[in-house]
Design a protein around this ligand. Structure first.
Ligand SMILES: Nc1ncnc2c1ncn2[C@@H]1O[C@H](COP(=O)(O)OP(=O)(O)OP(=O)(O)O)[C@@H](O)[C@H]1O
Ligand SMILES: [Mg+2]
Length: 382
């Protein structure tokens, strides 16, 4: 049976609405449905304040579609209700026309170097790739950004700080365990010219979460400081999702020179991106900019462009928040499939259009970094 919009709609009629009344199709909550190559994409509209509570609804819809014969994958996103055509927004946490910090940097402290944080010897700059929300493509962005920085001639390391759901072993197709030097310091793994460390190299995937919990911060510190990174220009850190205490602690533990925020264009993801941004501002880490991932979709058969997830949202949000917009990456099967295969697109197709996008993002991030870490006079913001 071939998958069509109609058959997908029929299947979605089995999914009850938010309050168990009607179904999501009759309630008019389902966006345009796009089907390509057995893969299905659409979004479901929900009230912004109920997004978290309605995650099971999204998951149920995705499961139902994935179970259809002929469907090989599905991307289902929640999006917030639009009122009067505008974007529904959470109360703005702060008016932010200019890049600003919650606390002025102390006199004489260069931007991006927080006092009291120990630098990591040999590493020029550490940048975090973060988001408020899970599944928006942080790890995908982190790995391709690292490869693009490498292509720009930098010496690059990649630290997977996602203790709960490490992805670098899979994204880079690395197996095996790191060697130790003198039984103490770990040698990072290497792939595509990157030095890589991940908790995934050290503990089995089945290791219970409760056991990993308490070791989160110490594991991170160890992966940062007890690894023979050697001389690096840049260490890219793939952060775990969220803006809770654990993430805040990480942002404080690591001497970050800057942060790159990844968001999808949907308004709900943007609310979370804003939380992520505020978290870094709170700990005085400069935000280098926002990347809009899964920005738009190019149909592989017709080359036609679809803006099913609301392309442009992140760029507008970056403008509102006064941070640079680093670039947009389309929702593209090649990006997903190369990641799953351990051959990220910047390494496997360095001349391709996607690699070019990531290189432009890398250039923009580097420009932000050199503006934030001037080698000559100190810039004092207040
Ligand atoms: N631009 C893209 N086009 C197509 N698929 C993408 C794109 N970016 C990411 N993906 C896919 O989306 C999924 C989530 O991406 P990824 O793991 O990078 O997100 P994440 O934000 O790191 O998630 P988590 O919060 O779980 O750490 C993956 O299957 C990935 O291959
Ligand atoms: Mg991840």
């Amino acid at each position: 049976m071939s998958v069509t919009k109609q058959t997908v709609l029929e299947t979605l009629r089995s999914i009850k609405g938010p309050d168990f009344e009607g179904d999501i199709v009759s309630l008019g909550l389902v966006s345009e449905i796009f089907v390509a190559d057995g893969k299905v994409f659409f979004s479901i509209t929900v009230p912004a304040e109920r997004a978290q509570q309605l995650e099971p609804l999204r998951a149920a819809a995705e499961r139902a579609v994935k179970a259809m014969p002929g469907v090989t994958g599905a991307v289902v996103a929640l999006t917030a209700e639009r009122k009067g055509g505008g974007m529904e927004r959470a109360p703005a946490p702060r008016p932010a026309a200019q890049p600003q910090r919650s606390a002025p940097a102390p006199q004489g402290a260069p931007a991006g170097r927080q006092p009291g944080k120990r630098e990591v010897p040999g590493i020029g700059a550490i940048i975090a790739v973060a988001s408020g929300k899970g599944g928006v493509g942080k790890s995908t962005t982190a790995v391709n950004l690292a490869l693009a920085l490498k292509a720009a001639g930098k010496r690059v390391g990649l630290l997977d700080a996602d203790i709960y759901g490490p992805s670098m072993p899979r994204l880079l197709g690395i197996s095996g365990k790191p060697e130790t030097i003198d039984g103490k310091i770990l040698k990072p793994m290497e792939k595509y010219g990157l030095k890589v460390m991940s908790i995934g190299f050290l503990v089995e995937e089945e290791t219970p979460m409760i056991w990993r919990g308490p070791m989160v911060v110490s594991a991170l510190t160890q992966m940062l400081r007890e690894v023979a990174w050697g001389e690096l220009d840049i260490l890219v850190v793939d952060m775990p999702p969220g803006t809770g205490d654990a993430q805040l602690t990480m942002a404080q533990q690591v001497p970050l020179a800057g942060a790159v925020i990844v968001s999808t264009p949907q308004d709900l993801a943007l609310i979370d991106a804003r939380k992520g941004l505020n978290m870094f501002r709170r700990v005085d880490v400069p935000v280098l900019g926002i990347v809009e991932n899964m920005s738009y979709f190019i149909a592989p058969d017709t080359g036609k462009r679809y803006d099913i997830f609301g392309h442009g949202g992140a760029e507008a949000e970056a403008g509102r928040l006064g941070v640079p917009f680093l670039g947009a990456v389309p929702l593209e099967m090649a990006i997903r499939e190369t990641s799953d295969a351990g051959t990220p697109v910047v390494a496997s197709d360095p001349q391709g259009a996607h690699a070019e996008k990531y290189r432009a993002i890398a250039e923009a991030a580097l420009a932000g970094l050199s503006a934030e870490t001037p080698s000559a006079p100190d810039i004092v913001y207040d």
